[in-house]
Unconditional design. Sequence first.
Length: 344
Amino acid sequence: MSIQTDALIVGAGPCGLFQIFELGLLGIKADIVDSLAEPGGQCTELYPDKPIYDIPAVPICTGEELVQNLITQAEPFGATYHMGTEVQEVTPQEGGFRVRTSTDQVFDAKTIFIAGGVGSFTPRKLRFPEAQALEDAKVLYRVRNPERFAGKRIVVLGGGDSALDWAVALAPAAESMTLVHRRDEFRGAEATAAQLRELAAAGQAEIILNANATGLQVEGDELKAVDLKLPEGKTRSLPADYVLVFYGLSPKLGPIAEWGLDMNRKTINVETASFQTNVPGIFAIGDIADYPGKKKLILSGFHEAALAAFAAKAIIEPGKKVPLQYTTTSPIMHKRLGVEDEAD
């Protein structure tokens, strides 16, 4: 049996979560699907503890805090979350689309909102067999519990923001911290690189440039060392309890690329009055949406979600005028938000 929905949101990152809110203000209940186990997208998976400074009226919040606030904000509208599943097929039909997922769910949706960033992100991994065996135990591609590294020997591989951020954050409590970068210049923020150099000068960290990891030394299920290739053919083995790998991410669009949409490499072309794609009834917002002047900011995605919601309302209830109402004064909005008593 299929799930009937007015709006199916594909992607539960910040923009997808805000799309629930904007649709809800217009009286549209949504279903939302995501391949990840929990809502949040990149914010939750990649930088839950990293500060964000450019959300309007929120001077600073972490990625995780932003996601939790968006979930709370959307709660009055009762969206149904379908996590751990990926949309596989989208077939136009009378009155909308039939959508099938990787877990054999079927949706009959009047409109679809693609809010999947630039697809699913896969960390670029070490290709050593021993690295695969120790993945999520001693070889890690993200940090969930920083406390586990206290008093440990840590090797960080990479030269971007994530590598620098975590090297600086973990070094003070670690037994040893070594950052290994394949180039002679960092790709991350210079201010963070300067902090790491200060830690190195104080003996709390070591920086090795122009070096590549060539293998891991393992005994049983324990990591013992990381083997490096240095300039001029030299080699070195770094004692290590954990290796944190931040070689960047490989974005993959997956089945979205096969939906008949007007694509621009790994983004979807939209028009900016409604952020609708070339397929009527399918909208794209957030980083995956492309148009002249596009800026890949969470702020931009929020704006796109608002206009897309109004355009979808006209499709879901054709011929019905969609007046602009304000949450500060509209009794209808207060009722939908569940704050009518507070407003009176």
